[in-house]
Design a protein. Structure first.
Length: 277
């Protein structure tokens, strides 16, 4: 981590604020980062004292906490603050609006993640007490951004004292070029799968050769299926504590995580998700 690592947390005075603040202060200390809070709305003495009280209950920060008060649309204010403050990591916890908790978080998160100039951490179940991070799943798909994302997974792993990383290589079914309809084509398909798995493993190995893996157990896993969906399902089944993904292109992963018509969007997220920019 570089010296001036800065983390931003959105401050919404909702039931989840306390656990969001507790998570953010722990992360800031683990990364030796400066923590900045932004509240979209007017500043009042009550809000100031409520926030001060919450911060006094959380872990003491290594660096002073900075609060920004700004009126405007949540998405615009958060994105502007990221740019103005040179933020490295934006933490999005649960934000409540008209009791449509999950839907609101989803729509806000989708807009912010698409446009954010920095990495975004989506907290699904923020906790007052630290829950140890034991397993990180990271995408290993063939993409220019993947190397940076895998390197970030190792940085997070070290700072969170997590000693297990699985790199998931998603291979779309159509790459097999084999339609299975009898034993012969099944054998053909299996050979094609093995060949693709070997190719993917080698590509990831080339990235890993440049990374100091220290005492981390690293596993590679090829999955044949729908991109974005497969890795989410894998992270859920393996009960990963953190899923790390490349930032989305124009479309793709995010449209599957946040289908526009699903109200309870966050139930679709398998675990906390870090989107690397």
């Amino acid at each position: 981590m570089h010296k001036n690592y800065k983390i931003l947390i959105g401050i919404a005075f909702s039931p989840n604020l306390k656990s969001n603040i507790f998570e953010a202060t722990r992360l800031a200390n683990m990364f030796d980062a400066e923590l900045v809070g932004v509240h979209v709305g007017t500043k009042s003495e009550k809000k100031k004292s409520d926030l001060k009280a919450l911060l006094s209950e959380a872990d003491s920060l290594n660096r002073p906490f900075k609060t920004i008060w700004k009126v405007g649309k949540p998405v615009d204010v958060i994105l502007e603050t990221c740019s103005e403050q040179n933020i490295n990591l934006l933490i999005l916890g649960a934000i409540q609006k008209e009791n449509l908790l999950k839907y609101y978080v989803g729509s806000i998160a989708r807009k912010i993640t698409r446009k954010s100039p920095c990495s975004v951490l989506l907290l699904i179940k923020p906790s007052l007490i630290r829950v140890a991070c034991k397993h990180i799943v990271v995408n290993g798909l063939k993409d220019d951004r993947t190397e940076e994302t895998i390197k970030t997974a190792f940085v997070f792993s070290e700072n969170l004292s997590c000693n297990k990383i699985t790199i998931v290589e998603e291979v779309s079914q159509h790459e097999l070029h084999v339609k299975v309809n009898d034993d012969k084509t099944l054998r053909k398909a299996n050979i094609a799968r093995e060949r693709l798995t070997t190719r993917e493993n080698q590509r990831v190995k080339n990235i890993l050769d440049d990374i100091n893996q220290k005492k981390i157990t690293v596993k590679t896993q090829s999955i044949f299926g729908k991109r974005g969906y497969s890795i989410g399902h894998y992270a859920k089944v393996k009960r990963a504590d953190l899923l790390i993904m490349n930032a989305p292109g124009k479309l793709g992963f995010f449209d599957r995580i946040f289908p526009h018509d699903i109200e309870y969007i966050l139930s679709e997220l398998p675990t906390d998700v870090l989107i690397v920019k």
